[in-house]
Design a protein around this ligand. Structure first.
Ligand code: ATP
Ligand code: MG
Length: 143
């Protein structure tokens, strides 16, 4: 099944100048980038995005981190996109991520782990809808 997932190149990776290398790794991993944009998270956006973690000890720091600088948000396409993308990025903790994964290569810590990938088809759509309109996505059909 060909489908789509949502990604964020997180502030630590953009600040370190690694966004281009990460986009390369995504493309070399066989994904088609169908939407991509530089933006910033407001505190409200970050709190909404990570609402599932509200109340956890790392939540406030996570919001501080995600609002600390520019991010790239994007939608990528691949067969079985959600699972394949999470395989490409690796485990949440870069120290535990497999060799060659994006988090292993560019993650700095459990929090500053360079990249996000949605955890279900349903969440992917909810997440990209915070940043892209249907028109932004539909344009990919014409390439
Ligand atoms: P993401 O949702 O960003 O793709 P994930 O699904 O692998 O990551 P989650 O459990 O959803 O992991 O955690 C969301 C994010 O919160 C992590 O990517 C990381 O930046 C941060 N985080 C998770 N657990 C911790 C922790 N124990 N301490 C600090 N930060 C954490
Ligand atoms: Mg998650």
């Amino acid at each position: 099944m060909t489908n789509r997932t949502f990604t964020i190149i997180k502030p630590n990776a953009v600040a370190a100048g690694n966004a281009g290398k990460i986009i390369d790794a995504i493309i070399e991993g066989g994904f088609r980038v169908i939407a991509l944009r530089l933006t910033y998270f407001s505190r409200n956006q970050a709190e909404r995005f990570y609402a599932v973690h509200k109340g956890k000890p790392f939540f406030n720091e996570l919001v501080d981190f995600m609002t600390s600088g520019p991010v790239y948000v994007g939608v990528v396409e691949h067969e079985n996109a959600v699972a394949e993308f999470r395989r490409l990025i690796g485990a949440t903790d870069p120290a535990k991520a497999d060799e060659g994964t994006i988090r292993r290569r560019f993650g700095e810590s459990l929090q500053c782990n360079a990249i996000h990938g949605s955890d279900s088809d349903e969440n992917a759509r909810i997440e990209w809808s915070q940043f892209f309109s249907d028109d932004d996505i539909i344009i990919a059909e014409y390439r």
